[in-house]
Design a protein around this ligand. Structure first.
Ligand code: SAM
Length: 465
């Protein structure tokens, strides 16, 4: 029940204008922020439909003590979500009204001449489908387990494993209790949209991380070898930090910074659960971190995922700022340029990944271009992951070296990634990237659905960029 009351409290806060959805979700202190965010976002998206159903079924008249927002959350999960997971009086209440609510839903569909729940939404809400079309990506936490063991676990839970996906279309076609290995990232499993693993023991024990595919790109492309010293400059809530730790095999050192105390607290819990060691977490403005401090003299890799407009997040909800104002965009871009410049001033730095979940060129290609120009010939843009289908906007010559991601093209949240490397003396040794994915794309290799999945040896293949 805690989830439902937390979601109702966030909805009430939104209505009072106490803040945006993200702020209210983080302030709620609910331990599973993503689960809470998703429930609030989807309830809001369905809000007009829920109001019609509540009115049609006269639920609030029958249950005088049931607050409106709580009613919406309960009915959303009952009819459109995963089914109510609470016990006690809310379950009893739902049972009492279930038949009536289902009849109202059926009536509404007949009235609107539609067959799918999604089609009940207004075009604007349907056009921004939230998480509903983006698959559930599951990153295997190799600090605690391996891909084969996780696959076996899900098979035992009744899921059918279809092997490695041959194309994005295979991911799009996933349904029911089926799952695939991603075609680009070696430790990423893909399940149908809306699959909920927040209560799954593999998630609660930190063996799997629920992380969008695009958000796995930065650490994967930074690709630090075990033993490296790495900075995660804007780190909370820490998904990319835990991914970095997995790539480092917990060998080396991660210096992680963030300014937000609450997000840092969440991050600390998450890193502990994921079995991450060898990290120093600091509540500090990264712009005030001294690159000359001997502590950072061996930092060769840096991941910079700064605050941004978030315009690529597909769980945008009514009432949330859809497009940032020109002033906000300018302020964000100014901060992003400063923080990228600062990041490049660490003396031993060889490789840096800059990423945002923004769709705006001002926060992406323009930031990278401005800072590269200011650096002269000290750093260059790396043509990372050449076979990734979605490239940077043609904002400057070479911008196609950057990566973009979108629900339509890559079945992920909207995202931007640029990889920068030092030129000349002190440059990165020819960087090595795990390229199982590259080879898959080029050779069209992929286990066909239905074929018995081969036992993969965990031997890594490497290639020079
Ligand atoms: N990389 C994180 C992850 O994968 O979980 C997400 C980072 S989020 C996009 C941006 C973060 O930057 C926020 O947690 C915000 O508090 C933090 N931040 C903003 N300004 C900062 C600054 N000057 N120094 C350090 N962190 C900052």
């Amino acid at each position: 029940m805690a989830l439902y009351s937390a979601a109702a409290a966030v909805l009430e806060g939104l209505e009072r204008g106490d803040g945006g959805i993200k702020t209210l979700v983080y302030n709620s202190r609910f331990p599973h922020v993503r689960q809470l965010y998703a429930l609030v976002a989807e309830t809001l998206r369905y809000s007009p439909v829920l109001e019609k159903l509540l009115a049609g079924a006269a639920l609030l008249q029958a249950e005088k003590k049931l607050p409106l927002q709580l009613a919406k959350v309960l009915v959303y999960d009952l009819l459109f979500g995963k089914g109510l997971k609470c016990g006690g009086r809310w379950k009893a209440l739902a049972r009492r009204h279930r038949a009536r609510l289902e009849a109202e839903l059926a009536r509404l569909k007949v009235q609107q001449k539609v067959s799918r729940n999604e089609d009940l939404l207004a075009p604007a809400q349907a056009a921004s489908p939230g998480a509903s079309q983006v698959p559930r990506y599951v990153r295997v936490n190799t600090l605690k387990t391996c891909v084969d063991d996780v696959i076996d676990f899900f098979k035992r839970q009744g899921y059918s494993y279809l092997g490695r996906a041959a194309s994005v279309e295979k991911l799009r076609a996933l349904s029911g209790k089926k799952f695939l290995l991603d075609l680009h990232l070696p430790e990423l499993l893909v399940f149908p949209p809306q699959t909920d693993f927040h209560d799954n023991v593999l998630y609660t024990s930190g063996h799997i991380i629920l992380q969008d595919k695009a958000s796995c790109l930065p650490a994967f492309l930074l690709s630090p070898v075990a033993g490296s010293h790495v900075i995660d400059a804007c780190a909370a809530p820490g998904n990319k930090t835990s991914h970095l730790a997995a790539l480092l095999k917990n060998k080396g050192q991660i210096f992680a910074f963030d300014v937000d105390t609450k997000r840092l607290a969440t991050m600390n819990t998450m890193l502990m659960r994921a079995g991450v060691t060898g990290f120093q977490l600091a509540q500090q403005d990264f712009l005030t971190v001294d690159p000359g401090d001997p502590k950072y003299s061996k930092v060769t890799h840096l991941l910079l995922d700064p605050s941004c407009s978030g315009s690529g997040m597909v769980t945008r909800v009514p009432g949330e700022e859809a497009a940032p104002s020109p002033e906000r965009l300018q302020a964000l871009a100014g901060f992003q340029r400063r923080v990228l410049s600062h990041a490049l001033s660490f003396p031993a730095l060889r490789r840096l990944v800059y990423s945002t979940c923004s769709l705006h060129r001002e926060e992406n290609e323009d930031v990278v271009h401005a800072v590269l120009q200011e650096q002269g010939s000290a750093f260059r843009l790396v043509n990372a992951f050449p076979s990734w289908p979605c490239r940077g906007l043609a904002a400057f010559p070479g911008a196609e070296c950057c990566l973009r991601a979108s629900p339509a093209d890559t079945l992920t949240h909207g995202f931007f990634v640029a990889v920068l490397e030092r030129c000349g003396e002190g440059a990165a040794a020819p960087s090595i990237l795990p390229v199982a994915a590259e080879e898959n794309l080029q050779q069209g290799e992929g286990t066909e659905p239905g074929a018995a999945p081969k036992k993969r040896k965990r031997k890594k293949q490497w290639v020079k960029e």
